[in-house]
Design a protein around this ligand. Sequence first.
Ligand code: KG4
Ligand code: ZN
Length: 336
Amino acid sequence: MRIIGIETSCDETAAGVVVDGRHLLSNVISSQEHLHAPYGGIVPEVAAREHLLALPATIRTALERADTAWEQIDAIAVTHGPGLAGSLLTGLSYAKGLSYALGLPLVPVNHLEGHLYANWLDAPEPEFPAVALIVSGGHTALFLASGHGAYQRLGGTLDDAAGEAFDKVARLLGLGFPGGPAIQRAAAAVGASPTAFKLPRAWLPGTADFSFSGLKTATLHLLQRLEREGEPAPVAEIAAAFQGAVIEVLVAKTVAAVAEHGARSVLLGGGVAANLMLREVLAERAPVPVRVAPVALCTDNGAMIAAAGYFRFHAGDRGSLDLDVAPSLPLTAQPI
Ligand code: KG4
Ligand code: ZN
């Protein structure tokens, strides 16, 4: 079964074609990064307008690269939440139009479930129960997945998402947008042991919750102190200290959840899962296999929506033409 996945929840216009939820045929991402970079963050109105401009070519290229004609497509999967309302609306409306015009079933997909199902693409089947860590620009949360579609939220961030903290601290450091890759690059100059500065970790003991806003403020205070003292800010060292602090907490809480729930694998997903240090340290410390998709499938993409869409299609999920966007859609149990 061949599904095309369409994703426009944030600032990437993306489409991908996947066979049987597992085999990747194409994954085309049209990034708007250059449009938002001058503002240091995503401008929702600009994002929505750009999606509309980029969708036709992105979808056409995804089909071409998959060597697939519309007649060979069995369903259209589309992100309907969570995300920016205007961005979601553009992709969902476009997908509805295609579904109506071509007579193809429309399958609504939760963006967060998409991030998890990126781990099913051209990879060994992950084992349940799994602890899933979703870390992106908009979300940071731990889930227990006991089977397909069976999620229990264990905890999540009380303030900033991890990716959001990367983006904000990168801006403080003058490293540009998006901040995650920029901080990773800057920190790489320091090597593996970022010991020059110690930044705080919010452990929130006894919970699977996170908090990154204090770390962001501590970084700001450190920069302000250096400036008052007339010292130049050692950007690489501070980037490394920040990255180390975020990763230490993410990894420790994930490993604790694995032990507590007897999980047999860890599913890592979301844009921050592209971080090489997070991938490395989690794989090192977790007592069970860590499933993480290749970097291009960690950040927002259409293939992951097609992968999740396959499982949703078989669960009987269909979107009608009056389906609306759900900007705050949570990831809750919806058995498959
Ligand atoms: O999943 P995603 O593409 O979009 C959302 O659904 O939010 O995640 C984007 C986030 C951004 O905050 C970006 O800075 C972060 O993922 N990110 C990274 C890395 N690559 C992307 N964070 C840390 N290290 C990276 N290498
Ligand atoms: Zn995402």
